[in-house]
Design a protein around this ligand. Structure first.
Ligand code: 6PG
Length: 222
């Protein structure tokens, strides 16, 4: 596992763009786009870079069970901050139906051709509780032993999520974890120093190539 620390969140976004450009040099490729707020600055930087976007398929390692127009939608954020600004295509789950399980199954089928050889690059965030994608401690999806895309009831959120399973994420050629801010310092120490088996560490431990991109605040306790 490689850990890179940027002095500021702005530099972190630049560094993340550089890393992803290097990892996406060979196309066709797939790019798993982390949700949440941290990646937004990095997506904006990446959108400015000259990549073979026409041969890059973007997808979502996880999605909230909200309509695509919802402020909380990872699909909406990915489209707004990256996909619509480039020639990339986006495979997104349909969250307008009645059933998270049906939606996850349909999305898994849609992803199959693109991810059949395993994801190329997956960008993931880390929650202050150690979750990644929508793999939260104590939730059912965390224990699924095959690569899949599944519904996941998250008690702490009192909400459904859709998420890639640990084996699907571990199958990537490259995983990049992106974390910024003092709020992530404690959990990153637990993951990277104390080896606490938070979901983000569980994903990283079995993966082929893992890079942690942190800003100085997030790395303060390492
Ligand atoms: C989501 C994410 C999730 C996120 C972390 C960090 O849908 O929320 O995919 O795993 O990456 O919660 O979120 P922040 O970047 O907002 O801290």
């Amino acid at each position: 596992m490689r850990i890179e620390v940027a002095a500021t969140e702005e530099q972190l976004a630049e560094d993340c763009g550089d890393e992803l450009v290097a990892m996406l040099e060979t196309t066709p490729a797939t790019l798993g786009l982390a949700g949440g707020s941290t990646p937004v600055a990095a997506y904006r930087k990446l959108a400015e870079r000259d990549l073979d976007w026409a041969h890059i398929v973007c997808w979502l390692p996880d999605e909230r069970w909200v309509p695509p127009a919802d402020e909380a939608s990872n699909t909406r954020m990915a489209r707004t901050e990256l996909v619509d600004l480039t020639g990339a295509s986006l495979l997104a789950p349909d969250t307008t139906g009645e059933s998270p399980a049906d939606s996850a199954a349909a999305y898994q089928a849609a992803l199959e051709p693109a991810l059949a050889v395993g994801p190329s690059v997956v960008l993931l965030g880390v929650g202050a509780d150690g979750h990644t994608a929508s793999l939260f401690a104590g939730t059912a999806a965390l224990d699924i032993a095959e690569p899949a895309y599944v519904p996941n009831w998250v008690d702490v959120l009192d909400a459904w999520r859709l998420t890639a399973t640990v084996p699907l994420l571990r199958g990537a050629d490259h995983i990049v974890f992106l974390a910024a801010g003092s709020g992530k310092a404690a959990v990153l120490r637990e993951i990277l120093v104390d080896e606490v088996p938070h979901p983000a560490r569980v994903v990283a431990e079995g993966a082929r190539d893992v890079t942690w991109l942190l800003d100085a605040e997030a790395a303060a306790l390492l």
